[in-house]
Design a protein around this ligand. Structure first.
Ligand SMILES: Nc1ncnc2c1ncn2[C@@H]1O[C@H](COP(=O)(O)OP(=O)(O)O)[C@@H](O)[C@H]1O
Ligand SMILES: [Mg+2]
Length: 219
């Protein structure tokens, strides 16, 4: 994680905490990014902040493209970069955005970074940032999906919705695997009820998605 952040810093990526090594008690020391994180249950960033976050995600993906460390241990286990994969942030939910004066200012919480498809990161960013994880009017979802797709660039909003479906399947698959191998973190997530809550949200999104897709196809 430290070499990832150092690489991004060397590439001039904005909005990331720099690592300053360990203190004498062995604690990691990182920059404080001034601002606030957001609660996806109650808040939504402005259209401009959403566009800026998607634009930042693209700059991150461009900056990380030549960081190819081989098969090393990530939080998810030892993983090499697969075909079409880069090192993704993997958790770009609103609770990890830093917003200052309403403007997108950066992304924290890099410990889930690891190999993934770039669009999986964008999918998770819109899941939380549009938001898609709770019911909002279809017209708002459509408009803000388009804003995010344009902010990222080179993808359509429908591509992003496809990626959301794939990303949600990926999460469910990871959880099933985690439960099978008795991974303590996954079991704790299940026992806290967070897993059921998420899965029912995915089902509810599936209901809204039909209307969102047909609206996007018409525009
Ligand atoms: N670099 C940072 N700059 C500012 N605040 C931070 C930074 N890192 C963490 N925080 C604060 O600590 C909280 C938890 O940190 P985070 O790295 O997101 O851990 P967790 O895995 O618990 O979500 C964040 O929501 C934020 O309030
Ligand atoms: Mg966090």
């Amino acid at each position: 994680m430290h070499s990832l952040l150092a690489h991004l810093h060397a590439r001039g990526l904005d909005g990331i905490p720099c690592v300053h090594g360990l203190d004498d008690e062995g604690r990691e020391v990182l920059d404080y990014l001034p601002g606030d994180t957001l609660d996806p249950e109650t808040t939504a960033p402005s259209d401009a902040a959403l566009a800026a976050a998607a634009g930042w995600l693209r700059r991150f993906h461009d900056a990380v493209a030549d960081f190819r460390p081989g098969a090393v241990a990530w939080r998810q286990g030892v993983q090499a970069l697969g075909e079409g994969e880069i090192i993704c942030h993997n958790d770009p939910g609103l609770y990890n955005w830093v917003v200052q004066g309403g403007e997108f200012a950066g992304m924290i919480d890099w410990d889930r970074a690891g190999p993934g498809r770039p669009l999986d990161d964008l999918a998770f960013l819109v899941w939380s940032g549009v938001p898609l994880l709770r019911p909002t009017p279809v017209a708002d979802s459509v408009r803000r999906l388009q804003i995010a797709a344009e902010g990222y660039g080179g993808v359509s909003a429908l591509d992003v919705v496809d990626a959301v479906d794939a990303r949600m399947d990926l999460i469910a698959g990871r959880w099933r695997a985690g439960i099978e191998r008795n991974d303590p973190g996954t079991l704790a997530l299940r026992d806290s009820g967070a897993m059921d809550r998420h899965l029912s949200r995915v089902r509810e999104f599936g209901d809204r998605e039909v209307a969102i897709r047909s609206e996007l196809a018409r525009s």
